[in-house]
Design a protein around this ligand. Structure first.
Ligand SMILES: C[S@@+](CC[C@H](N)C(=O)[O-])C[C@H]1O[C@@H](n2cnc3c(N)ncnc32)[C@H](O)[C@@H]1O
Length: 250
C-alpha cells in the first residue's frame, strides 16, 4: 500500500516527537491561524454527527466533541497519532479509528459534517476523495477542510523564504513549478516527507465535480493584531500558507 508507506512518516518516532513539539510550541500557526478559522466555519455543532478526517491526535476532534456534537469519528492513517488521541483526547462521544482516507467508504456510516485539517495534501487523487466524502454526507451536510496552500506546495525543491542577500530580510517565498502537479518530496522536521501538489483550480473543480456547492474560500492573511502580537507572522503576507474551504451537499 503506497499510501500507508508514504503517510507512515507520522509513525516514525523521531518525526512524530518533532511534530508534537511543533504543535505544542507557543505561537504555532495551527493554533494562531488555521484552527480558529476552520472552527468558525463549522457553525452550530449541536447534535451533529461528524467525521474528522486525518484527525491526528484529536485537537479539532475534541473541540467539536466539546461543542455539542452528538458523535465524532476521528480517522487517521497513523497508529501513533490514534494512540495519542485515545490516551489524551478521549470523550464519550468520540471514537478513533486507524484508516487511510482512501478507504473511508469502509466506515459504512453517514455524517452531517466532515472536517479535515491539514491532512489532504498527503492525498493524490482529489476526484476520488471528494466523491467519497460527498457520498458519506447526509443531504445538507458540510465538508470543511484546510490544506497546505497550492502556492506553498508547488516548489519541486523547497518550501522556503527568499531572503535579501545583503540584509537577510525575508522578501518573498519560493513558488516554482506551480503548473506541474503531483508528488513532492520535502525535507520537514528532519525527514523527507511525501506530499502532493494540486493547483487551486484542480482542488475547486474536484469539489464541483463531486457535486459540492462552494460556500466559502479563505486564504488567510495575518491580521494587524496578530502581526503586532507575533511579529514573525508578517512574513505570511508574502503567500497564504493555507487554503480553507467550506462546501455543502445541497
Ligand atoms: C499535519 S497532521 C494534522 C493532524 C490534525 N488534523 C490536526 O490538525 O491536528 C496531518 C495528519 O494527516 C494524517 N494523514 C496523512 N495521510 C493520510 C491518509 N492518507 N489518510 C488518513 N490520514 C492521513 C497524518 O497521519 C497526520 O495525522
Amino acid at each position: 500500500m503506497t499510501q500507508k508507506k508514504d503517510a507512515a512518516i507520522y509513525d516514525d518516532a523521531a518525526f512524530f516527537d518533532n511534530y508534537i513539539d511543533l504543535r505544542k510550541a507557543a505561537n504555532n500557526y495551527n493554533d494562531l491561524i488555521e484552527q480558529p478559522i476552520v472552527f468558525e466555519l463549522l457553525g452550530d455543532l449541536y447534535g451533529k454527527t461528524v467525521m474528522d478526517l486525518g484527525c491526528g491526535y484529536g485537537a479539532m476532534t475534541t473541540k467539536i466533541a466539546d461543542s455539542g456534537a452528538k458523535s465524532v469519528l476521528g480517522i487517521d492513517i497513523s497508529e501513533k497519532m490514534i494512540e495519542k488521541g485515545i490516551a489524551e483526547n478521549s470523550r464519550e462521544n468520540v471514537r478513533y479509528q486507524v484508516m487511510p482516507a482512501e478507504q473511508i467508504l469502509d466506515v459504512r456510516q453517514t455524517f452531517d459534517l466532515i472536517v479535515s485539517c491539514l491532512a489532504i495534501h498527503y492525498i493524490k487523487d482529489f476526484e476520488n476523495l471528494f466523491s467519497n466524502i460527498f457520498s458519506l454526507l447526509n443531504p445538507g451536510g458540510s465538508f470543511v477542510f484546510s490544506m497546505e496552500h497550492p502556492m506553498y506546495t508547488a516548489s519541486l525543491y523547497s518550501q522556503q523564504w527568499v531572503t535579501d542577500p545583503v540584509t537577510d530580510k525575508v522578501i518573498g517565498f519560493v513558488t516554482d513549478h506551480y503548473g506541474e502537479e503531483g508528488m513532492r518530496h520535502i525535507r520537514w522536521l528532519g525527514k523527507e516527507v511525501t506530499k502532493y501538489h494540486h493547483k487551486t483550480d484542480t482542488v475547486l473543480n474536484a469539489l464541483i465535480h463531486a457535486g459540492f456547492i462552494l460556500e466559502k474560500i479563505i486564504e488567510p492573511s495575518p491580521s494587524d493584531a496578530l502581526m503586532k502580537a507575533v511579529p514573525k507572522t508578517v512574513h505570511e503576507l508574502h503567500r497564504p500558507a493555507y487554503l480553507i474551504v467550506k462546501s455543502k451537499k445541497g
